[in-house]
Design a protein around this ligand. Structure first.
Ligand SMILES: Nc1ncnc2c1ncn2[C@@H]1O[C@H](COP(=O)(O)OP(=O)(O)OP(=O)(O)O)[C@@H](O)[C@H]1O
Length: 294
C-alpha cells in the first residue's frame, strides 16, 4: 500500500481550478519532494490530503484511508504552512498538549528532538522568533514516530545548522521505512533531501523524477563581471548557454553546460573580474526542461 495515492484529484475554488487531475503516488520509505512555485497548488493538495478541503472530483487515499477518516490521524505527522500555536503557552506545554491528543508519546523523544534542533521549550511560544517557533512545530510532527509526515514548506526561518539537522531527521524517517511528503518552492532544498520529486505548476503535476535525474538538469544562473567585450554570438556557441543578456561590463545567462568551456570562451575575449552563480529560477527550469508538459 502506498502511503499517499491520488487519482485524478481536482480542486476548484469557485470556478478557479487550483488542482487538476493530480495522479500522485508516494511510496513507503521515501522522502518525496513536492516542488512548485508560489500558487502552484501545493498547499491545496496537502489540505485535501489532510481532509481540510473536499476535492471537487477524483480521490485520495492517505495511509490506506480516506482523508476525512480520523482513525489514521495518530499515524500521521502534519505540519501546515501557517502553523498556529497558542502564544501564551510554553513550547513544553504546547508539546504536552499535542502529546495528550495523540494518546501520549515517549517524552524522551521530545527531549532528544529539542536538543537536536536546539529548541527552547521553556519560553512562551509568542515570544519565540519564527524559526524557533517552527522548531516546536517540527518536534510535534516527529515526536510520536508517525508512519507518514506531511510537511508544508517546513523550512521557514530555520538557520542553516538547524536545517541540516532537520534534513537528517527526515532521512532517518525514510531509512526507518516510514515516509515523508515535503512541499517546497526551492529546488536545492528538495534535491538535498528527497528521493523523488514531483513538480507541480499551475495545478498540474508536470513531472515526477528521481532526484538523480533532476540533478542532471541542473541549470545555474550566472553573472560574469568583465572588462572587455563578449557578444551574444560568442556565448551562443557554448552548449548549454541560454537566455543570454549582454550589459556593459557584465554578462548574464542561464547555463547547464561545461563551466570550463564557458570560462575559456569568455576569457579569450575579455578579462573576468568576478563570477556569481546561483540556482536558476524554478520558472526558468520549467520552461527549459518541461516546456511541453508545462
Ligand atoms: N481559499 C481559496 N480561495 C480561492 N483561491 C485560492 C484559495 N486558496 C488558494 N487559492 C488559489 O489556488 C492556487 C493554489 O494555491 P496554493 O496555496 O495551493 O499554492 P501553493 O503552491 O501552496 O503556493 P505557496 O507556495 O504560495 O503556498 C493559487 O492561485 C491561490 O491563489
Amino acid at each position: 500500500m502506498n502511503p499517499i495515492q491520488t487519482e485524478r484529484l481536482t480542486k476548484h475554488y469557485g470556478s478557479f481550478p487550483a488542482l487538476i487531475d493530480l495522479d500522485l503516488e508516494v511510496r513507503p520509505g521515501e522522502v518525496f519532494g513536492f516542488l512548485g512555485p508560489n500558487g502552484a497548488g501545493k498547499s491545496t493538495t496537502i489540505r485535501v490530503l489532510m481532509g481540510e478541503l473536499n476535492p471537487t472530483s477524483g480521490s485520495a487515499s492517505v495511509l490506506g484511508a480516506k482523508p476525512r477518516d480520523v482513525a489514521h490521524r495518530r499515524r500521521l505527522g502534519y505540519l501546515p504552512a501557517d502553523l498556529a500555536l497558542w502564544p501564551a503557552m510554553t513550547g513544553r506545554d504546547t508539546l504536552k498538549f499535542f502529546a495528550k491528543l495523540r494518546g501520549g508519546v515517549d517524552w524522551s523523544n521530545v527531549e532528544t528532538l529539542a536538543e537536536r534542533l536546539d529548541a527552547d521549550l521553556t519560553k512562551r511560544v509568542g515570544e519565540l522568533s519564527t524559526g524557533n517557533r517552527q522548531k516546536i512545530g517540527l518536534i510535534s510532527v516527529f515526536m510520536h514516530t508517525p508512519d507518514l509526515l506531511i510537511l508544508d514548506e517546513p523550512n521557514a526561518g530555520l538557520d542553516p545548522l538547524v536545517q541540516h539537522e532537520f534534513w537528517a531527521m527526515m532521512r532517518e524517517v525514510a531509512d526507518d521505512g516510514r515516509t515523508v511528503f515535503l512541499s517546497s518552492h526551492t529546488l536545492s532544498e528538495v534535491e538535498r533531501v528527497a528521493d523523488r520529486v514531483g513538480i507541480i505548476r499551475k495545478g498540474h503535476l508536470i513531472a515526477v523524477e528521481e532526484v538523480a535525474a533532476l540533478r542532471r538538469k541542473k541549470m545555474r544562473h550566472i553573472e560574469l563581471d568583465i572588462d572587455g567585450l563578449v557578444t551574444e554570438a560568442d556565448l551562443a556557441e557554448v552548449p548549454g548557454a541560454r537566455d543570454i543578456e549582454i550589459h556593459p561590463d557584465r554578462v548574464e545567462l542561464n547555463f547547464d553546460g561545461d563551466m570550463a568551456h564557458l570560462l575559456a570562451v569568455v576569457s579569450a575575449k575579455a578579462r573576468l573580474r568576478d563570477l556569481h552563480t546561483q540556482e536558476a529560477d524554478l520558472e526558468d527550469i520549467f520552461l527549459t526542461y518541461y516546456q511541453d508538459a508545462a
